[in-house]
Design a protein around this ligand. Structure first.
Ligand SMILES: C[S@@+](CC[C@H](N)C(=O)[O-])C[C@H]1O[C@@H](n2cnc3c(N)ncnc32)[C@H](O)[C@@H]1O
Length: 281
């Protein structure tokens, strides 16, 4: 592939990736070339039109992606809102739907002076990093149980002034109980029997990040809600991501605890019920 020009190399790469079942083969080929060239995808398209040569090493990265290694593990980078996060084996790759969850937390926090905010199960640090950079004056705490994920979060969050804790969200930050304005969580929530279809998820996202526990996957979400009720001030705001099919169960869980008011299902950009918010009584 190195001897080809970029346009031909991209066509060949897209064909290899399509054959391997990669959902967006052309874009992934362009992103891999962009990674090697240190350019934007827009610039890669312009270079291809101008007859530029293919970058060395593209065929190797395409072969890796054809094995369904996540694109973000190959490039070592994931985009999340305004952040570029370092990611790789051992950490959950942040997803676009979580950006919407974060937007709701940011909207809520903007009316508050120096809001104190927590991210339970921070993974790469995506949510905590976005809160720290987008909410002026915020004081942000992040909790992660996995040592591997914690190491990635440390790299991403250290420059942003986030207080990162290695620990279990069930008990972490106990010395801060009753002091937070906002708690956000994207906990593991996949039911034990529901093995994800995409190899990128099933084989590369850590099990600890995926499976929520129990037949309905709601053990960790319930634990995150209980932790939020412990950490928040009265009137504090909680928002948690979950699967679409879990929306009614999560709302019931919060209502039944008697700790929450204004329980509301939150829609993603395609209208799916992908999060729930509430205020602590
Ligand atoms: C679905 S991932 C979300 C990661 C990140 N917040 C994001 O949105 O990209 C869930 C994260 O929770 C962590 N986790 C699982 N159980 C936990 C627990 N008991 N306490 C703290 N973190 C936990 C996992 O290791 C994983 O990093």
């Amino acid at each position: 592939m190195e001897s080809q020009d970029l346009a031909a190399a991209l066509r060949a790469a897209a064909a290899v990736l399509a054959e391997a079942g990669v959902p967006s083969p052309r874009v992934d080929a362009e992103l891999l070339a962009a990674h090697l060239l240190g350019e934007s995808v827009g610039r890669v398209r312009a270079l291809a039109l101008a007859g530029a040569p293919a970058p060395e090493g593209l065929d190797g990265l395409v072969a890796e992606r054809a094995q369904r290694v996540p694109l973000q593990h190959i490039t070592g980078r994931a985009q999340f809102r305004y952040l570029e996060l370092q990611v790789g084996p051992g950490v959950f790759v942040p997803r676009p739907e979580t950006e919407i969850v974060v937007q709701h937390a940011i909207d809520h926090a903007h009316g508050l002076a120096r809001p104190k905010m927590a991210d339970l199960g921070t993974g790469s640090g995506a949510i905590a990093g976005a809160l720290a950079t987008e909410v002026p004056g915020s004081r942000v705490y992040a909790v992660e149980l996995s040592e591997l994920a914690h190491a990635w979060a440390e790299r991403n969050l250290a420059p942003l002034g986030v207080e990162l804790v290695l620990g279990d969200l069930r008990t972490a930050l106990a010395e801060h109980d009753g002091t937070f304005d906002v708690v956000v969580s994207n906990p593991p929530y996949i039911p034990a029997e529901a093995v994800p279809r995409e190899p990128e998820v099933a084989e590369h996202d850590p099990q600890l990040a995926l499976y929520g526990g129990g037949a309905d996957g709601l053990e960790l979400p319930a634990a995150a809600a209980a932790a939020a009720a412990r950490l928040l001030k009265p009137g504090g705001y909680f928002i948690m991501e979950h699967a679409e099919v879990q929306a009614a169960a999560v709302a019931r869980l919060l209502e039944a605890s008697g700790r929450w008011r204004d329980v509301a299902t939150v829609l993603d950009l395609t209208g799916r019920e992908r999060a729930t918010s509430a205020l602590l009584r």
